[in-house]
Design a protein. Structure first.
Lengths: 280, 290, 458
């Protein structure tokens, strides 16, 4: 008993220390960001790590919110990402069903072809896609982002969905089939609900991948109509080059929505990522 | 019933949307890249066919060589620094109580959900040699605090640190799940045999995690090859071409140097390298399993 | 001073007016056009000939692509003010602006040029490194040079925008490269403006000893370093620097000792810690902030930054004490103190395939009327236009403005286009990379010159 108690203290202290150090490393830059986002620009040049701003410049956030076109860009980002996620999920489920359940000669080839997409770097298509989109008038439209986002998330989505679908028992579908259900109804009513966890995983991965993207966006878009959230940050460095505090505010502001979303959905996201890891 | 499962029209309707997207957004541009790669197209005006001249030049291009080496450096950094750290942290975390576990997991993963644009700009400030956070920390510990983090010689390490920091939570979470899935009776058996923590980790956890590690290593290598956004905003390949990466270099050639044809030839080689690397890694891991 | 405030207020007012107008721009012009305009048309017709065609015309949207993202101060404000004035005078015209930072601008410009949807009016640089390939590809519309005979463009300023005797754009400014310095800081520490290059290095040492950065240098963008070399060449060789660089690039031969000496000067300055630690990774904004926050005593940049003296974001004790001096003379050099590093760089062009070419040219001409850009830019202390601005001297100029007026008036020679912008755009990227590598010692002066020659050969 005594031995266990001793081990408990020393071991636990070391354990806690290590984990806290890692946590501080992961978190401190973000705290620093928040701290200086409410400071004045000149405070940047003090040598302390953190400061107590006097007064708090919450007006930095007002500037960031208004001049960073936060609402518009946030709306665009959400819309484009949500659409991409929905499309990827729908297409993946359909394709996965066709490739794992149905009988046709080319199923292996088609699946392999799409999965090949996982190895193709998205930036390698940056130049030629510009020419293509320009020719057919897609530049500066939502499609210029949506198409590549869906195309490059699809391979991973298909891969995961296929993996899950193989573990779904066939008997239920077969029973439904005997009851006279068509293929489409089987997919929507029987199969899709059983793929819930895979859908969550695919959704999260697609969302996180595309949320980060800005190279395509900055090359293909010109008017603010469809610009996404990273533009708030990118445009601000030119606009407020002499005001660091406002730059920090805009960075904190653009990071906030997903961070909040993550904290709320923490459990589901963890589960989703984990599920993908095991299947992957 | 067999008939329903081999209805061509239904199959086509299920497969076509995906196939069209793939052909339109991936295959067609790559074919176009191959075509432009054989020309001296500047991005404007006429394109002239110049055969393999671009590829010959690429072969001697020091900056391109540097890009490949940098990808390799990143891959090694991910595999030998980030992943071991992630596995160890995951193994430690697994021993915590439920509440603490959830908290740390959340904190570790947090940087991951922040967009690269924010991360890159934030770290630019952190690394600033004259008023950045990092040098202020160095000063706090008694150093001079005048390290030029993004300067020549340091820059590639600094890029690596940002990427490790940003992606740490993801790796940690995946390994954590892998460890969670290990049958607890194995640990109990080991404890009865008198194995201490270190031995349990080396003899049970690591071997059982092999498939997870393999997948993660493959993903790490690919992401090292594909690296673009962070470098583009943090250093844009500089100083000189010291932190150049393939994706960034093709962008620079096409849009800064007006060499669209050459940029496309880089695209083509870039795709080949990525496909090749994935194939090789898969082969290696498969053979070892067999 | 009061006068300037009044103008600033006026500008802000037009800005705000313009901005609120933007919100409902789709409906507003059409509505106005149908109602009030028609009645007033007849009265105005005789007087205003620019408004003549447009006012009665249908709704027109002119797309502008600009390298001035900050629309509320500096040159961006001047540009936006002119646009707002134009829209007010021509209610059927809507001007849509897309603006990006220089580097992002150039990248996007090339993407646009590769496609078919060029905006109508664009920012350009009248330097071979940018404009030659653009003109050759037929992207820019030809302008009628005779139209600008009485616009007061200074001698030779249109040359960079012309090719084979045809004019493709108009220069916005006369740019002079200089050291901005903080007079108060100099006085407080007993430092004086250096008369020779050696004195500059010695001064740098003194300032370093005081724990202050001598010169804030934007080395991450690389081009200021290349201009530093051009500046050095001007002082080493005196006149004919541009011709010499031109020949060197044409023959891929940089063996002239001027190049080597200039390269060594840049390296020497960096080695002597004249620039801040990590200058090669410090971008424009950061370098400027080091200066405007009193961390650096000097800032190496072009005359377009004279507007710092009016920038309310900069603390008054620094803002009011900004002065300039030029690259000092070099011992044994042929260049005089009055041989300056100056050129006409940025400007505007109309694109060849513009949807509204005629309208865009009208707007361009409107902007460049002598009492357009020139007047507004000078009266607000923002920059010196490439036109004769002496008529707009108000007597209320800032100290910096007065200094620049003297510099221009007393100039015995101008360097012309800096070295990095003299070749193709491929030469530009390679030259700028090499210059940065030279400054941090990754390549020697010899390797630098070899590299430059190699970049021409391709």
């Amino acid at each position: 008993m005594e031995k266990i108690a001793k081990k408990f203290t020393i071991g636990k202290v070391v354990l806690w220390t290590i984990l806290i150090i890692v946590a501080v490393i992961q978190l401190f830059p973000l705290i620093w960001l928040l701290d200086f986002s409410v400071a004045s620009s000149n405070d940047m040049f003090t040598s302390g790590l953190l400061i107590w701003p006097e007064p708090f410049h919450f007006d930095n956030y007002v500037k960031a919110f208004v001049d960073g076109h936060f609402l518009l860009y946030f709306k665009n980002s959400m819309l484009i990402n949500t659409l991409a996620v929905l499309l990827v999920i729908t297409i993946s489920i359909g394709m996965a069903f066709a490739c794992t359940r149905m009988h046709w000669k080319l199923s292996g080839l088609v699946k392999g072809l799409i999965l090949l997409g996982m190895m193709i770097p998205i930036h390698a298509t940056l130049l030629p896609n510009y020419v293509i989109y320009d020719k057919i008038g897609l530049t500066d439209t939502i499609w210029a982002l949506l198409i590549p986002y869906v195309a490059f998330s699809l391979p991973q989505g298909l891969f995961l969905t296929c993996g899950f679908m193989e573990s779904v028992p066939k008997e239920i579908e077969e029973a439904a089939m005997i009851d006279g259900c068509g293929i489409y109804r089987i997919i929507i009513v029987v199969v899709a609900p059983m793929l819930k966890s895979s859908v969550v995983t695919v959704a999260i991965m697609t969302f996180l991948n595309n949320w980060n993207e800005f190279m395509m966006a900055s090359t293909y878009l010109s008017s603010p109509t469809w610009k996404t959230l990273p533009f708030s940050v990118l445009e601000f460095t030119g606009l407020y080059s002499s005001n660091y505090a406002v730059q920090f505010a805009v960075m904190a502001l653009t990071a906030a929505p997903v961070v909040i979303l993550y904290i709320i959905l923490n459990k589901h996201i963890t589960k989703g990522v984990a599920m993908g890891a095991v299947k992957g | 019933m067999q008939k329903a499962y081999s209805n061509k029209a239904v199959i086509l309707s299920l497969v076509l949307p995906g196939l069209i997207t793939f052909v339109f957004a991936i295959l067609a541009p790559i074919c176009l890249s191959v075509y432009y790669g054989f020309t001296d197209f500047s991005g404007m005006g006429e394109a002239t066919f110049i055969g393999f001249a671009n590829y010959k030049e690429l072969f001697h291009d020091k900056a391109f060589g540097r890009s490949i080496l940098n990808s390799l450096f990143l891959a090694i950094g991910f595999v030998f620094v980030q992943h071991p750290l992630a596995i160890i942290t995951a193994a430690l975390l697994e021993r915590m109580g439920r509440k603490a576990e959830g908290f740390f997991r959340c904190v570790y993963f947090l940087p991951n959900v922040i967009s690269v644009a924010v991360i890159a700009y934030l770290w630019k400030f952190i690394y600033d040699p004259n008023f950045g956070l990092l040098n202020n920390i160095v000063k706090l510990f008694g150093g001079k605090g005048d390290i030029n983090w993004l300067g020549s010689g340091n820059a590639i390490w600094s890029v690596l640190i940002v990427l490790i920091w940003h992606g740490f939570g993801w790796g940690m979470l995946i390994y954590y799940t892998g460890i969670k899935n290990i049958d607890p009776t194995l640990y109990e058996a080991a404890a009865i045999d008198g194995a201490d923590n270190k031995i349990t980790f080396l003899k049970i956890t690591l071997p059982l995690m092999k498939p997870v590690i393999e997948v993660n290593v493959t993903l790490a290598v690919i992401s090292a090859l594909k690296q673009m956004e962070t470098v583009y905003l943090l250093t844009n390949g500089g100083p000189g071409n010291e932190t150049q990466f393939m994706a960034n270099y093709l962008y620079k050639q096409a849009f800064s140097s007006f060499r669209y044809g050459y940029g496309n030839s880089i695209s083509v080689v870039f795709v080949i390298i990525c496909v090749f690397a994935t194939a090789v890694l898969n082969r290696i891991f498969k053979e070892r399993e067999a | 001073m009061k006068m300037k405030k009044a103008i600033a207020a006026l500008l802000t007012a037009t800005m705000i007016f313009g901005m609120t107008g933007c919100g409902n721009k789709t409906e507003a012009p059409a509505a106005k056009d149908a109602g009030t305009e028609v009645t007033s048309d007849a009265a105005e017709e005789a007087a205003a000939d620019t408004a003549n065609d447009t006012a009665s015309g249908e709704a027109v949207t002119i797309k502008v692509f600009s390298n001035l993202p900050d629309r509320t101060s500096g040159q961006g404000l001047v540009e936006q003010t002119l646009f707002n004035m134009y829209m007010e005078e021509n209610p059927n015209v809507t001007i849509e602006v897309e603006a990006l930072d220089d580097e992002a601008y150039k990248t996007k410009f090339k993407a646009y040029a590769a496609g078919s949807s060029m905006p109508d009016l664009v920012s350009v640089w009248g330097q071979p490194g940018f404009i030659d390939e653009v003109i050759d590809a037929g992207v820019l519309a030809e302008l009628n040079e005779a139209d600008y005979a009485d616009y007061g463009f200074i001698n030779g300023s249109l040359d960079g925008f012309s090719k084979d005797g045809k004019l493709y754009g108009l220069p916005r400014n006369t740019d002079v490269m200089c050291f901005f310095y903080n007079q108060k800081m100099f006085d407080d520490n007993g430092w004086s403006v250096p008369q020779t290059y050696d004195e500059l290095l010695a001064l740098g040492e003194q300032i370093n000893a005081a724990g202050i950065i001598p010169v804030a240098m934007d080395g991450a963008d690389k081009w200021p370093l290349a201009i530093y070399i051009t500046d050095a060449m001007e002082k080493i060789d005196g006149s004919g620097v541009m011709a010499k660089t031109h020949d060197a690039i044409a023959n891929a031969d940089f063996s002239d000792p001027t190049f080597k000496q200039a390269a060594e000067m840049l390296k020497g300055s960096a080695d002597a810690r004249l620039f801040q630690n990590g200058f090669e990774v410090t971008d424009y904004g950061t370098a400027q902030n080091l200066f405007t926050n009193g961390q650096a005593a000097m800032f190496y940049m072009g005359s377009w930054e004279m507007s710092m003296a009016n920038n309310q974001d900069i603390p008054a004790e620094i803002r009011d004490n900004i002065r300039v001096f030029l690259m000092p003379t070099v011992e044994g050099g042929k260049g005089k103190a009055t041989d300056i590093s100056a050129w006409n760089g940025g400007g505007h062009s109309v694109t060849a395939n513009a949807a509204n070419k005629e309208e865009a040219i009208k707007l361009l001409n409107y902007m460049y009327r002598p009492d357009g850009w020139t007047k507004i830019a000078w009266e607000n202390g923002i920059c010196m236009s490439a036109q004769d601005f002496s008529a707009y001297a108000t007597g209320n100029e800032t100290e910096v403005q007065k200094q620049f007026m003297d510099v221009i008036a007393g100039a015995t020679n101008m360097s012309g286009t800096p070295i990095n912008d003299m070749g193709t755009s491929d030469f530009k990227t390679q030259c700028e990379d090499l210059t940065q590598e030279l400054s941090i010692g990754s390549v020697t002066a010899e390797e630098y010159l070899e590299g430059l020659a190699g970049a021409c050969a391709q």
